[in-house]
Write a protein that binds this ligand. Structure first.
Ligand SMILES: [Zn+2]
Length: 390
């Protein structure tokens, strides 16, 4: 019995590997959960060595081949690659290359708007291996790259081509301090003054603190009235809830930083921190693929409107006035964490901290508006929670 069980098991594993590679190379404008699953399983597999060092180089080749197969134009002259040099380079002689961004373009069809462009991006690097332990980085950020590949595929294969140019960029060296996106922003292949919106996604497949199953957080819309309105009027697929937050609540945590610093309207999508963050247990079987599908479809819909709208977002120097939606989203998180210690256990000291935050959030919600000092309090406490509790 043991023998035939083992035979059936290995047959089943070979069979699912074949199904998975068919799903990975399947070409269709639709965004399916099984395609996203196949991308995440592949990118988080030992083949890509936790996507660092030789594993990152291998991933870069894999992504360039995927863009090429879609018939997308190389983003960097005649190359899909952009070398990321070491920061230590002083401009004399050839720089040490520490990584490679990978990117492709879909030129806009409208001769009046094609100079303008919209960026869709995600980082592909992760922590690699430590000793013999693989850090698969399924959520961080194979999930974001799976979205990027499927959104790129949608626009590449769809009959209805975008009016503005779309750039699909996979950044390297995010985990090393946003080196890939910083280099891209400083050496952009297209003129920055025509970059109308920068979208980036980091960790799209889990649930913040294991209690925010239906939520994706969207940050950055406080810097552009156009983007805030767009996020509010774009309906998410059924089952997905958009939690709009100010990016200042989390500081600079991903590749939106270099774009925000250059005053480009930006959106950052993430399902947030969870207990497997930056751990060897960030595994593909822990991703919610139905949720990843909904978020990818939502990003596709937002991208489409940015590409085709008559007007484009503008940067607001002063953030838009804070609203109760943000407070409500944080309150949902805090209430659920306190109510479900089985899902997210907290030591007593941290529990007290979260309870004090909950109290003040309720007071703000009762008064029905966010005063300037409430907002300052919220920024500090959100960061405190992020670094000590979650
Ligand atoms: Zn990440």
């Amino acid at each position: 019995m043991a023998g035939s069980g083992a035979f059936l098991m290995s047959f089943w594993m070979a069979y699912s590997a074949v199904l998975s590679s068919i799903a990975e190379s399947e070409l269709s404008p639709e965004i399916h959960a099984h395609e996203l699953r196949a991308h995440v399983y592949r990118l988080a597999s030992p083949e890509f060595l936790g996507r660092r060092g030789p594993g990152a180089a291998r991933t870069a080749r894999h992504l360039a081949a995927a863009f090429k197969r879609l018939g997308l134009k190389p983003a960097f002259g005649d190359s899909y690659y952009q070398d990321v040099p070491s920061l230590l380079h002083e401009g004399v002689g050839k720089a040490d290359v520490i990584g490679r961004n990978v990117g492709a373009l879909l030129p806009g069809r409208d001769s009046r708007l094609q100079e303008e462009w919209v960026l869709v991006s995600a980082h592909f690097d992760h922590l690699g291996k430590r000793g013999n332990v693989l850090y698969p980085g399924a959520d961080d950020n194979a999930s974001g790259i799976a979205m990027l590949l499927e959104v790129a595929e949608h626009f590449a294969l769809s009959e209805d081509k975008p009016r503005r140019t779309l750039a699909f960029i996979a950044f390297d060296q995010e985990e090393a301090g946003l080196r890939g996106s910083m280099h891209f922003a400083a050496h952009s292949p297209l003129p920055f003054r025509y970059l109308k919106a920068a979208l980036t996604a980091d960790m799209l497949g889990r649930s913040m603190a294991n209690v925010m199953d239906e939520y994706v957080f969207v940050l950055g819309s406080e810097r552009s009235a156009y983007l805030r309105e767009l996020i509010e009027k774009t309906p998410p697929p059924p089952g997905l809830v958009i939690g709009r937050l100010g990016a200042d609540l989390i500081g600079t945590r991903s590749d939106y930083g270099p774009f925000r610093d250059r005053r480009v309207p930006f959106l950052f999508f993430s399902t947030g921190q969870h207990p497997d963050y930056h751990a060897p247990s960030d595994l593909p079987q822990r991703i919610d693929y139905r949720k990843l599908q909904c978020i990818s479809q939502y990003i596709r819909d937002v991208t489409k409107q940015l590409a085709d709208g008559d007007a484009a977002p503008a940067w607001n120097d002063k953030p838009l006035p804070p609203d109760l939606d943000e407070v409500r989203t944080v309150a949902v998180l805090v209430n659920r964490v306190l109510k479900r210690p089985d899902l997210y256990p907290l030591p007593e000291k941290k529990r007290q901290l979260v309870q004090s935050v909950q109290k003040r959030l309720n007071t703000i919600l009762e008064q029905g508006k966010v005063a300037a000092e409430d907002r300052t309090w919220l920024i500090w406490n959100a960061r405190l929670l992020l670094f000590t509790v979650f």
